[in-house]
Design a protein around this ligand. Structure first.
Ligand code: GLC
Length: 546
């Protein structure tokens, strides 16, 4: 691929803990990833992104880093990592690392030194503040529940943690902090990594600590110096290299994302936002049982597609990651095998025909579903366990809470990758750290590779289409029939092609709008002769070259 062609690439996200275990300890490892690189090459992706693999107490599965310069023993050694990088490159796969710079683990030596000596220069690496009226400095809420300030008895001060109490927020106002972080980026670049995903990077600029009418978001989301900091990091580290960079942006805006990604601003290549996934949150609240608001989904997707395109920015596009329930169980239908397959393919077609860089989360490409856990003991995730407590305090019954967790928990994405129909889905020879979904005998990679009609084959074809047709990458987007209650219809256009995409998000056949011209060459569809009856079947999807 040439210098600028990163825009045509597709990224595959690996959650190493749940990918492939070669030691029998029930947790995935780097050697396990190496063993599956041939599969990823077969799938045809360009990059793999590994969620954090550094030493960590694993309270938040690695997003609580205690040493940025080493590999977590659970996953392997630095030599294993070098081998992974080398082997991936031999397969033509590039490797992106996940970097968590909004916070460190409280086990990190900086934090430990800050605790040990209130006069230590490391104290200012974090946000230690005096309390107010016998309570915390502000009323901000942690994203994982409870107040965002933790009392520290030795000094009598509180420290800020926007996430778990073991994830202390770093003070980017301190220049030593920033330089230390840039050194980490340069260190991993020196191994030859090809890109980075920056965790919640739009939360790094905070300089006012006041009570909030909401949960504090307005003080730290896209904060006052965030663009300066990211620009500085770009200039001091990856800016002049061919490096794929994506920032995870929490509760951000289109305007900010344009600024994060316009090439001339020299910040990042692309951004993740989450607005399109908050369309099954009742009144904005995640921990509720709720249905997809289809109109809202379309409106948000289109608003972002048009906004970022017109502003000259760049989107990362995705349905799934390690924090989101499985898309086929969420916006599709996993109640029967036929509908699972068809709706997983439909969702893939809709997403991969959008503008931006697509991300595939491990297992999505074979249509893995939520595991439908029904007992608290099956859950591992810190956020889900906190949510259980809060829901209980709010008076919800046990069955209600179990239904909410089964719909919303991050563990839905974290069950082991389903490789084959042998014990534990071929993920481990031991006891997996989290249960394997019980449908692994039907849904697994081996089955999908042997079945020409599998969800996997749709993903392979979509990746090839992106590589082969510029309209998918560079074409504009034209929304059509936005008011339709079941169909998502849009067009992608460039000077050579005009592709019409029609997708049925409902579980019944729907008539094609009378004035819609559907003539042309089929590029891809999720059932043979999809429109033969003049209708589009339940969860049908087609792309037509006109
Ligand atoms: C991001 C990660 C998530 C983690 C959080 C705190 O949202 O994707 O897994 O818990 O940041 O680091």
């Amino acid at each position: 691929m040439s210098q600028t062609d990163w825009r045509k690439s597709v990224v595959y996200q690996i959650y190493p803990k749940s990918f492939n275990d070669t030691t029998g300890n029930g947790q995935g490892d780097l050697n396990g990833i190496i063993d599956k690189l041939d599969y990823l090459a077969y799938l045809g992706v360009d990059y793999i992104w590994l969620t954090p693999i550094y030493p960590s107490p694993m309270n938040d599965n690695g997003y609580d880093i205690s040493d940025y310069y080493q590999i977590n023993e659970q996953f392997g050694t630095l030599d294993d990592f070098k081998k992974l990088l080398e082997t991936a490159h031999q397969y033509g796969l590039k490797v992106m690392l996940d970097i968590v710079f909004n916070h460190t683990s409280t086990d990190h030596t900086w934090f430990q030194q800050a605790l040990a000596d209130p006069e230590s220069p490391y104290r200012d690496y974090y946000f230690f503040r005096k309390g107010r009226n016998g309570g915390p400095p502000t009323n901000w809420q942690s994203k994982f529940g409870g107040n965002a300030w933790q009392y520290e008895p030795n000094s009598g001060e509180y420290y800020l943690h926007l996430f778990d109490v073991s994830q202390a927020d770093l003070n980017w106002e301190n220049e030593h902090v920033r330089q230390s972080l840039y050194d980490i980026v340069k260190y991993w670049m020196s191994y030859g990594v090809d890109g980075f995903r920056f965790d919640v990077i739009n939360l790094i600029s905070k300089d006012r600590f006041e009570d909030s009418d909401a949960i504090g978001k307005e003080y730290y989301t896209d904060g006052p110096r965030v663009h300066d900091f990211i620009h500085e990091m770009n200039r001091e580290t990856f800016g002049d290299r061919e490096m794929m960079t994506v920032g995870e942006m929490s509760s951000t805006t289109i305007d900010h994302c344009i600024r994060y990604t316009q090439p001339e601003r020299q910040e990042l290549n692309s951004v993740f936002n989450f607005h399109h996934l908050k369309v099954d949150y009742a009144e904005g609240e995640k921990w509720t049982e709720s249905q997809l608001d289809f109109h809202k989904l379309k409106e948000i997707l289109i608003e972002w597609q048009l906004g970022i395109y017109e502003g000259g920015g760049w989107n990362a596009i995705f349905w799934c990651n390690h924090d989101q329930p499985r898309i086929v169980s969420r916006f599709g239908d996993d109640s029967t095998e036929a509908m699972r397959q068809r709706s997983a393919k439909m969702l893939a077609i809709v997403l991969h025909m959008l503008q931006g860089t697509p991300y595939i989360f491990q297992g999505e490409e074979i249509g893995m579903t939520n595991p439908h856990f029904d007992k608290l003991s099956q859950y591992r995730d810190v956020e889900s366990l906190n949510a259980y407590d809060s829901l209980q305090e709010a008076g919800k019954t046990e069955p209600e809470i179990m239904r909410i967790l089964a719909q919303k928990s991050r563990d839905n994405a974290r069950t082991p990758m389903q490789w084959d129909d042998s014990a534990q889905a071929g993920f481990t020879e031991g006891e997996p750290w989290i249960e394997v979904s019980d449908n692994y005998k039907e849904i697994n990679v081996q089955q999908a590779m042997n079945d020409e009609q599998s969800v996997l084959q749709t993903y392979r074809k979509l990746i090839q289409l992106r590589h082969n047709y510029d309209v998918v990458t560079y074409g504009n987007i034209e929304p059509l029939y936005m008011a339709h209650d079941q169909l998502f219809i849009y067009r992608r256009n460039d000077e050579h092609n005009s592709w019409l995409i029609i997708a049925n998000f409902s579980n019944e056949a729907v008539a094609i709008p009378e004035d819609l011209d559907t003539t042309g060459q089929t590029v891809i569809e999720n059932e043979p002769d999809l429109l033969a009856e003049g209708k589009i079947p339940a969860y049908g999807a087609i792309v037509i070259d006109q």
